[in-house]
Design a binder for this molecule. Structure first.
Ligand SMILES: CC(C)(COP(=O)(O)OP(=O)(O)OC[C@H]1O[C@@H](n2cnc3c(N)ncnc32)[C@H](O)[C@@H]1OP(=O)(O)O)[C@@H](O)C(=O)NCCC(=O)NCCS
Length: 152
């Protein structure tokens, strides 16, 4: 798995992704592909050895959820696998690949992730990579509970 530049082709693919229940809140279907290719949003593609799109990682404010308390002490990272590749044990390598890439590029003091409290699958993966919970809050948009975790 490697990280490469986000292209218009990858972004167009992502803008069709829908996740099976109960993960529909992560659907990208209907999103504007230009959002993913705008460098200000920090999106990068995860590809296999043939260059096929496996998922994406984002670095920066896209990884924040309105309602949470965020400071500049850590770099937010978010992302997702293609829907049909979830639940197969690929998430840990996907996130680790993103962290290694960003350590070289951004050299942050720490990484931060924001994960929905119901999403035990994602929480399991980030905690296995060393992220530790620091806060819990309710999202402004719908009152759903989220956790913030930090990796120093
Ligand atoms: C979140 C994500 C990276 C996790 O990666 P993944 O490859 O799908 O997860 P895995 O199959 O490795 O499962 C992780 C662990 O959770 C466990 N798990 C899977 N489904 C679970 C469930 N419904 N409830 C509890 N645990 C579950 C697995 O058994 C596994 O445990 P293990 O590491 O001890 O073997 C991936 O699912 C993804 O990108 N999803 C997109 C939507 C999303 O949830 N986004 C969240 C962004 S923070």
């Amino acid at each position: 798995m490697r990280i490469v530049e986000m292209t218009a082709r990858f972004a167009a693919e992502m803008a069709g992704w829908r996740y099976p229940e109960p993960y529909q809140c992560y659907d990208l279907a209907g999103a504007d592909p230009a959002y993913f290719t705008d460098p200000a949003n920090g999106f990068h593609a995860l590809v296999d050895e043939d260059g096929a799109l496996l998922g994406f990682r984002s670095f920066g404010a896209d990884g924040q959820v309105p309602g949470g308390a965020y400071d500049g002490a850590a770099l937010d990272t978010g992302g997702g696998l293609r829907p049909e590749l979830t639940g197969r044990g690929l998430g840990r390598e996907a996130i680790a690949t993103g962290l290694a890439f960003s350590r070289r590029l951004h050299r942050p003091d720490a990484f931060r992730v924001t994960v929905a409290a119901f999403n035990t699958r994602a929480l399991h993966v980030v905690e296995s990579l060393g992220f530790a919970p620091t806060d819990t809050f309710r999202a402004t948009a719908d009152g759903a509970e989220y956790r913030i975790l930090l990796l120093r």
